[in-house]
Design a protein. Structure first.
Length: 152
């Protein structure tokens, strides 16, 4: 059936379109942390969610297809807080990389990026590292972004 084949191809092409970009907070000034242990952070201000793979209520990105995905995290920590600007990108609850900065005065920022091969259903999220403060406000300083590079 030609119509069914066209619909299958359309669906296949749609599932290849996956992109997310979210900031930590929606409108208010917010500071997340510090905590004594690695603590899951929910980036609630969802700016882009093509493919609906990211859940702004839970903070988890769930891979809809097997493929290579690129993720970035950018963190800002408050001025003179005495805490670090640290975050870990987690894959299925395991740390894959860390963004980290520590200084005694002024705002501090950290960022990192990674390409991960994900299976269908793998979950990616961000956690604050111990003794970190993550700052955000309506200017979207602290963000979590990712997109599908290609399917496999």
């Amino acid at each position: 059936n030609q119509t069914a084949e066209i619909e299958r191809l359309k669906k296949n092409e749609e599932v290849k379109r996956v992109a997310l970009s979210a900031a930590l907070t929606v409108k208010e000034t917010s500071i997340f942390g510090p905590y004594n242990t690695l603590t899951h952070a929910v980036f609630k201000n969802v700016l882009t969610n093509v493919g609906n793979a990211y859940n702004g209520e839970t903070g988890f990105f769930t891979a809809p297809v097997k493929g290579a995905y690129h993720f970035e995290v950018h963190i800002l920590s408050p001025v003179g807080s005495g805490y670090t600007a640290g975050a870990a990108l987690m894959k299925n609850g395991q740390r894959t990389f860390t963004a980290y900065e520590s200084q005694t005065s002024n705002y501090q920022s950290s960022s990192n990026g990674v390409i991960l091969v994900l299976e269908v259903g793998d979950r990616v999220s961000v956690s604050a590292t111990p003794n970190s403060k993550i700052f955000d406000n309506q200017n979207n300083h602290s963000t979590f972004s990712g997109h599908l590079l290609f399917t496999m």
